[in-house]
Design a protein around this ligand. Structure first.
Ligand code: ADP
Length: 424
């Protein structure tokens, strides 16, 4: 089998999200966490490699360096197309790195055209009139405007990307998208701008995104949300780059103890925490006590030890925007974030090393990144989807551990319970 697509994702949950979409559509997918090591042999008998970076909140220079290094490695493996995956929460200020990373990848791939499409209809993210909406509400008026790390203060993608990229940012409106793939392709082909063009393409439905990928079929670089990738497997089959009837490998989740860790303060996660606590025990992390080093870490560990193996359990830092603001005022945004990430990832390490945990569910993009780093889970085989965009994965290596990494905003109210049921 030949590697066809290389994805570069700006965070870990984003990576599993796109990996999951591609697997659902019949592709074999391996996720590598961090820039791949040139000296290392990976099991590359797959259609797609998704490289998960932690670049969403990195300063521009570091994000660009990691993304270009990942792209370089993917090109060496012979991929035919590259997909830069980000989600609907990213740094929308002029200091944001989506634009500079896109520019650098275009240069690396020697191309002057790309798409920017963070729409994800099944999760309520749509783009209309170049504005990004969350369940019908403009992004900058949605709860994401107060995201702890990447507050979204502008909904207009043309405007916010223009402030970040050296390219022209152009828009293909929804009416044109309704005319289909040929219309999209014609608009792209007719554009003569020399310095490069990032196309923001409206999308209200999955079909709009599929038309977009076909309209942009000749581009070597695509950028956007995981939903934009859903049309690619069919496109590759049409082009006979993959077999018509590829069979999916089965991936079973190792039996053992179950632990849920939530480091996201997003509305969806807070609802999931509440729903879980209605059935099973959990305890909340106190970031101020962590900062004062008052034995908080030990208290949390003791809680896990007391319950583990008897029942699924939850440790959560999730809190209301008012309380998060208070904590951030006291500790600083970055320090508070890092303290919580460090706390949860250290619990994950002890739980998997010493307490028989083989089924780990993690909520929060940055939080997932921290957990995966602590576990040195650098290669994950993608298994079946739990809910849209979130698959179970199995950490490769000597010890196999099932990990489900959920972006904060994703999932139904019962996600944690659904995940644990799906593993057994
Ligand atoms: P999401 O996917 O919802 O964006 P992330 O894990 O990416 O979630 O980001 C949430 C950030 O907020 C993390 O850095 C986390 O450590 C931090 N955080 C979580 N709980 C608190 C809290 N109670 N106070 C301050 N920061 C917190």
């Amino acid at each position: 089998m030949k590697l066809i697509l290389g994805c570069i994702a700006d965070d870990f949950t984003g990576a599993t999200d796109i990996a999951s979409v591609l697997r659902r559509e019949g592709m074999q997918v391996l996720q590598i966490n961090g820039v791949p090591d040139n000296e290392k042999n990976y099991p590359l008998d797959v259609d797609v490699v998704v490289v998960a970076l932690k670049s969403r909140t990195q300063p521009v220079q570091e994000a660009v360096a990691d993304s270009v290094a990942a792209c370089d490695w993917l090109m060496k493996q012979g991929v035919l197309q590259v997909f830069f995956k980000y989600c609907s929460t990213f740094d929308s200020t002029p200091e944001g790195n989506i634009g500079p990373v896109t520019d650098a990848l275009m240069a690396k791939l020697n191309t002057k055209r790309t798409i920017a499409s963070p729409a994800y209809p099944v999760n309520g993210r749509t783009v209309y009139g170049a504005n990004l909406f969350v369940h019908g509400i403009p992004l900058a008026e949605s709860p994401m405007k107060d995201h702890p790390l990447t507050p979204m203060r502008d909904s207009n993608l043309v405007r916010l990307l223009t402030s970040q990229t050296a390219c022209q940012v152009k828009h293909i409106n929804w009416q044109s998208v309704q005319e289909g793939r040929n219309k999209i392709q014609n608009l792209i082909d007719a554009e003569k701008e020399e310095k490069g063009v990032v196309w923001v393409v409206d999308a209200l439905t999955d079909q709009d995104l599929i038309e977009t990928t076909y309209g942009a079929a000749d581009m070597t670089l695509l950028t956007g949300g995981a939903a934009l990738a859903q049309g690619l497997p069919a496109l590759y089959r049409d082009r006979q780059w993959t077999e018509q009837n590829a069979t999916k490998q089965t991936v079973s989740i190792p039996a053992g103890n179950a632990l849920v860790l939530a480091g996201s303060c997003s509305t969806a996660t807070r609802g999931q925490v509440e729903a879980f606590l209605a059935h099973y025990p959990g305890t909340s992390v106190d970031p101020l006590a962590l900062a004062k080093d008052e034995g908080e870490q030990q208290r949390l560990l003791n809680f896990i030890k007391e319950h583990i193996g008897k029942t699924p359990i939850l440790v959560y830092a999730s809190d209301s925007p008012e309380n998060v603001a208070k904590i951030q005022n006291e500790l600083g945004q970055q320090v508070a974030g890092e303290l919580v990430e460090q706390c949860l990832s250290s619990l994950a390490l002890t739980a998997t090393n010493e307490l028989g945990v083989t089924q780990l569910v993690v909520a929060g993009g940055e939080t997932s990144g921290a957990v995966v780093s602590a576990l040195h889970a650098d290669t994950l085989l993608i298994g079946d989807e739990i809910e849209p965009g979130v698959p179970w994965t199995v950490m490769q290596g000597e010890r196999k551990i099932g990990i489900a990494l959920k972006s904060g905003n994703f999932g139904s109210k019962d996600f944690f319970l659904t995940a644990l049921n799906a593993a057994n």
